[in-house]
Design a binder for this molecule. Structure first.
Ligand SMILES: *Cc1c(COP(=O)(O)O)cnc(C)c1O
Length: 348
């Protein structure tokens, strides 16, 4: 029996339609530029985002790394939220492989850096300092309730970038969750940034891959870096075929996931010992905590959900949980989790 898996949207499997498209995809050698399915995916990504060009990459981490390495080089500094994925969860690749110095800036509970702090982080021209070159933002914010950050924040960062001649990269791993929650087209958000990385493999259900988007020159340099980093794939149309369905179709259905997340939040708010603010649930992530007075600890709850209810859920910080909704989690599975928690937390 398959587990009911709330740990992340990365656990989502490809849909039957994706498997069919993958099995029948036209392919070629993509390092030679010969794979028609990869080319179609890249054209679609560029068109949907309103950018000049796109590049299919093996993961979101690789997409962010390539983007940072195009924009910044040895001894350049990137201003970045201190809980941003690129800073915390990418093994320090920007510094290790890109020689880019991270300049982490505190973030609020939506994952936003304070604009004055961003300005303050920009270095004067002085040989003591690395050279400021890049600003990175993340939307939606995976570490902060999956918050969908409104455009005015990106506009403010764009202004700072323009004023100081910096580049601006968006980690848009879940950008369609953000734009769905904000009720805008993805191209409206992309207009503020020089480049973005978009995961096909999370809530969009593709088995592998991300795309990065930007202008022709950005993608030209990105293509060489992708090869250098070992991401030049050959008959990659096999997986790009699923990516086309992810971008074209799966990006349009995320409101269903957000509604199910809201259903979970409302349900959790009724369960004793659980603390949650349903207003913070804007996309597909539900963060909640269980108080110390509860009959079970966070670790015990996680274990018993797994062993007795076949439910997997992620922990977050001290006594917190993160549940992530995706295509394969429907209202039925949400209710199963709510019922299980209700049972466990009413034990004496
Ligand atoms: C998942 C994720 C990434 C990295 O994607 P991988 O495909 O797992 O390498 C980057 N940024 C954010 C915000 C993510 O959630």
């Amino acid at each position: 029996m398959n587990k009911i898996d709330f740990r992340s949207d990365t656990v989502s499997w490809p849909t039957p339609e994706m498997r069919e498209a993958m099995a029948t995809a036209a392919v070629g050698d993509d390092v030679y530029g010969d794979d028609p399915t990869v080319n179609e995916l890249e054209a679609l990504a560029a068109e949907m985002t309103g950018k000049e060009a796109a590049l299919f990459v093996s993961s979101g981490t690789q997409g962010n790394l390539i983007s940072m390495m195009v924009h910044a080089g040895r001894g350049h500094e990137a201003i970045i939220g201190e809980d941003a994925h690129v800073f915390k969860y990418e093994a320090g690749g920007m510094a290790v492989l890109g020689s880019v110095v991270p300049k982490p800036v505190p973030t609020d509970d939506m994952g936003r850096m304070d604009i004055a702090a961003v300005r303050g982080a920009i270095r004067p021209d002085d040989p003591h300092f690395p050279q400021s070159r890049l600003i990175c933002a993340e939307n939606s914010s995976g570490g902060n309730y999956g918050a969908a950050i409104p455009l005015d924040y990106l506009a403010d960062l764009r202004d700072v970038a323009d004023e100081f001649g910096l580049r601006f990269h968006l980690d848009g791993a879940r950008v369609f969750n953000a734009t769905t929650a904000l009720g805008i087209d993805v191209s409206e958000m992309m207009a503020y940034v020089d480049s973005a990385s978009i995961c096909l493999s999370k809530g969009l259900c593709a088995p592998v891959g991300s795309v990065i988007v930007g202008d022709e020159e950005f993608i030209y340099h990105g293509r060489r870096l992708r090869k250098m980093l070992g991401g030049g794939m050959r008959q990659a149309g096999m997986i790009a075929a699923a990516g086309i369905i992810a971008l074209r179709d799966m990006s349009q259905r995320l409101q269903v996931d957000h509604d199910n997340a809201q259903r979970m939040a409302q349900g959790l708010a009724e369960i004793p010992y659980v603390s949650i603010d349903p207003h913070k649930v804007q996309t597909n992530m539900v963060f909640f905590t269980v108080s110390d007075e509860a009959p079970l600890s966070t670790a015990e709850i996680t274990e018993r959900l797994r062993d007795e209810y076949n439910i997997l859920i992620g922990g977050y910080r001290m006594n917190g949980f993160r549940a992530v909704i995706h295509y394969w989690i429907t209202a039925k599975e949400v209710d199963q989790l709510l019922n299980a928690l209700r049972e466990l937390l009413s034990e004496k």
